[in-house]
Design a protein around this ligand. Structure first.
Ligand code: SF4
Length: 352
């Protein structure tokens, strides 16, 4: 079986290709990451015999497209990508007026058990590798014909439960020889793994942190999100505040509005109270129904009232713009109810 060079850092490439001189590794890294080459034959600045030798031992492979779904407004495209072992992950491209954003997955399935999320129903299958996560971004870049403007790690999975691969991917994406992506253009969304938030703070990579809160008190949050039994609101808010103070980056608290569950003025009041004084803003996400879950969406009136309450009580809040309906309702909730399905011929978008 050939070894895949995609996803290796420059140092790893140098080591892998030794005793070739280091400048060869640099050339190959540029071909892979800057020029998106998938075959060694196209690397014209390498001697022909070397290209042949490399092709015998190595491959450059990202993922194969299985499906493409386009929203009817043309702003959102969801891809199902097939990985080498047959697993599949969802990737979502969102075309905002301020640029293109890609939402990537960090795991196949998820073990966190959030009650409103469909991605956790079958538990965790496996972590994605750094190469696979980077491959999700590269796939969308290739689809667009240019580099995306921002990346959100908010698809299936809890990224901080796949910490080492996540950090490796972030550092690689940031490297000039790779995407040269600013950390400030990257958002990590977590359901609240407090020790990992502290660890992330110490990495000195100022990515934006988004914390899925979804309830203003421990009782309700524990009922919605089992992780709250391990790390309660007090410790989570302290970690969020600490992250914001250390990085200077405002933390976004995601709050999914579930009709009749957490969407009353009293909930808004308690939310404003616990976030008071934090360098934070709240992103309200009206729940979009998924077949596997029984929650209801909030009324428009409830959403507006909640939003108004926060903004008039010192908490900056936004309402997540609906894109492709429930494509991006919550981390891992990449459902595609109102998407117009289109099966794309595999050969058109194969990145292999
Ligand atoms: S919402 Fe995110 S963390 Fe929670 S179960 Fe779904 S994918 Fe996992």
């Amino acid at each position: 079986m050939k070894k895949n060079l995609f996803g290796l850092t420059l140092t790893e490439l140098e080591r892998e290709l030794a005793p070739l001189p280091k400048f060869r590794a640099k050339q190959i890294a540029a071909h892979i990451y800057k020029h998106g080459m998938k075959t060694f034959d196209a690397m014209n600045d390498l001697p022909k015999n070397l290209r042949g030798e490399l092709a015998e031992r190595y491959e450059i492979k990202i993922a194969d497209i299985k499906k493409q779904l386009d929203s009817s407004d043309g702003l959102t495209t969801k891809f199902l990508l097939g990985l080498a072992d047959g697993a599949a992950v969802e990737v979502v491209l969102m075309r905002h007026d301020y640029g293109n954003s890609v939402c990537i997955s960090s795991q196949v399935g998820c073990q966190m058990g959030c009650k409103f999320c469909a991605s956790t129903l079958k538990g965790l299958e496996r972590n994605l590798t750094a190469a696979e996560m980077l491959g999700e971004i590269f796939f969308v870049n290739e689809f667009l014909g240019k580099v995306v403007d921002s990346v959100v790690i908010m698809g299936t999975g809890e990224p901080l439960m796949n910490y080492d691969a996540l950090i490796k991917m972030l550092r690689l994406a940031h490297e000039d020889y790779c995407l040269g992506m600013s950390y400030r253009k990257i958002t990590i969304s977590t359901c609240g793994i407090v020790p990992a938030i502290k660890k992330l703070r110490d990495e000195k990579i100022p990515v934006t942190l988004s914390i899925s809160l979804h309830a203003p008190d421990d009782k309700l949050r524990s009922a919605l999100m089992p992780i709250n039994s391990a790390f309660d609101l007090k410790s989570l808010l302290a970690a969020g505040n600490d992250y914001a103070q250390s990085t200077g980056r405002r933390v976004t608290y995601e709050y999914i509005l579930l009709g009749g569950v957490n969407d009353t003025e009293e909930h808004a009041r308690r939310l404003a109270k616990i976030l008071s004084g934090q360098l934070a803003n709240v992103n309200l996400i009206p729940f979009n129904p998924v077949d596997e879950r029984t929650f209801s969406p909030p009324t428009n009136h409830a959403v507006k009232k909640f939003f108004h309450f926060l903004n008039t009580h010192g908490i900056g809040a936004t309402i997540r713009k609906e894109m492709g309906a429930d494509v991006n309702a919550a981390c891992g909730q990449l459902r595609a109810k109102t998407l117009r399905q289109r099966i794309t011929p595999l050969k058109n978008f194969s990145t292999s």
